[in-house]
Design a binder for this molecule. Structure first.
Ligand SMILES: *Cc1c(COP(=O)(O)O)cnc(C)c1O
Length: 420
């Protein structure tokens, strides 16, 4: 088969025209700074779309999550001394199957992530496992939960569990902008939430993020922290540690233009997902799951998981993988290799945090209350490690909104070939 001349990406930026208009406005009026009309407009639109009172525009979602952890930590434990973290020495329950930016900010602030295993039904944090975790560590007061690939799980239940235990919830909606659960936008469930405009997300400014909250004092503190924590004085006066986290007005111009196309991008991503679902029918695979009665995904990434009995042998080390080809069976490594062979980009499902070398000494709690093994094993002591299992059998498919139907059909054909 002839490889695509231009690479088909997992998810790449798509510009439309108005972005440049707003960037040019910033340029021509010399508002080339971290203040300006584009930033104000992004904050207004982001808050409106999400249905929260305040959005604070920041340099990226990781920065937003960092300031979420600081807000939550100070509310729970008071203001730390200079040089100390806001959640120092405290356990924080975190999603396990997510990108590490979800929980690195917990570590920036001295916290100890304790991972919560994943549920098969949504590939998000398992509320049953979260309940178990609170039984084991009732002193925990903070939970960080992410929506994977724009397919929300029962974030409402997670919020209820947090409330029951007097804990605060940070919602990492970086991948889920525009998705809803029970008709409510992702990014509205957390006491503090964060969204991302990174280059591969559903809309992008090349970079950027927003912190979402309904509390005006918190919004103002984030504005202050993100601009070096300057006090109101004629000179540079500082009472607390600050950050250079504010969004640029140039980037905000791009994001402002992109918001006009959020719904269009979601519709395109949905079409990609549905074509895969249809095209892969009859194969021993399933698409990434969601509860159709309650979740409306933004379909950011289409992914699939291979049935257990259709898995060929696959062995993964820390940085390399090998497989043995078997008739009518396949594995993520084989499929990714085949997809890459036609110049398209797939990716393994995000490797769970408890399997990452840097977090291997951290606990990960499953729905039966047992601790996950600190190895690549997906079954240890007869207990299934759901995150490890989805990682072993799952992969993300080329999900670019500019992929043509013909290109996608070829990707589907290639996948079918892997199961011959
Ligand atoms: C992309 C992503 C982030 C980080 O977003 P940035 O804007 O790149 O900092 C955080 N969490 C998740 C789940 C992400 O996918």
């Amino acid at each position: 088969m002839q490889p695509f001349e231009n690479k088909v990406w997992l998810a790449s930026p798509t510009m439309h025209g108005n972005e440049m208009k707003y960037v040019t406005e910033a340029y021509e009026t010399n508002w080339m700074s971290t203040v300006g009309a584009n930033i104000n407009e992004v904050e207004k639109v982001a808050a409106e779309k999400a249905g929260v009172k305040y959005a604070v525009a920041l340099s990226c979602c990781t920065a937003a999550l960092h300031l979420c952890v600081k807000l939550a930590g100070e509310r729970l434990y008071g203001k730390p001394a200079i040089g100390h973290g806001a959640v120092e020495g405290k356990r924080v329950f975190c999603s396990d199957m997510t990108f590490d930016a979800t929980l690195n900010p917990v570590v920036y602030e001295g916290g100890i992530p304790v991972f919560i295993d994943t549920e098969y039904d949504s590939w998000n944090m398992d509320p049953v496992a979260l309940e178990k975790a609170f039984e084991m560590y009732p002193e925990v007061k903070l939970v960080v939960s992410a929506e994977l690939y724009g397919f929300p799980g029962d974030i409402k239940r997670i919020k209820e569990i947090c409330e029951k235990h007097g804990a605060l919830l940070i919602e990492d909606a970086a991948e889920a902008m525009g998705a809803t659960w029970d008709g409510e936008q992702c990014g509205t469930f957390g006491d503090y939430s964060a969204i991302s405009y990174n280059g591969n997300k559903i809309i992008t400014g090349s970079s950027g993020g927003c912190l979402l909250t309904n509390n005006i004092e918190d919004a103002n503190r984030v504005r202050k922290w993100s601009t070096q924590a300057r006090e109101n004085a004629p000179w540079y006066q500082h009472e607390e540690v600050g950050y250079n986290y504010r969004m640029s007005n140039v980037i905000a111009g791009v994001i402002r233009g992109q918001y006009e196309y959020l719904e269009e991008h979601i519709a395109q991503k949905k079409a990609v997902y549905e074509r895969y679902k249809e095209g892969l029918k009859g194969l021993p695979v399933r698409m990434n799951p969601f509860d159709a009665d309650r979740a409306v995904p933004n379909y950011w990434l289409s992914a699939l998981i291979i049935d257990e009995d259709a898995m060929c042998k696959q062995v993964r080390g820390e940085t390399e993988a090998l497989y043995i080809k078997e008739a009518s069976k396949s594995c993520p490594t084989e499929i990714l290799e085949a997809i890459s062979g036609i110049n398209a980009e797939g990716r393994p499902v995000w490797k769970p945090m408890h399997m990452q070398p840097m977090y291997r000494m951290h606990e990960c709690i499953g729905r039966d209350g047992s601790m996950r093994a600190k190895t690549n094993a997906y079954i240890a002591g007869g207990v299934e490690d759901i995150g490890a299992d989805i990682f072993r059998r799952g992969l993300c498919l080329p999900s670019d909104n500019k992929m043509t139907v013909e290109q996608q059909n070829l990707v589907i054909e290639i996948i079918r070939g892997c199961f011959e």
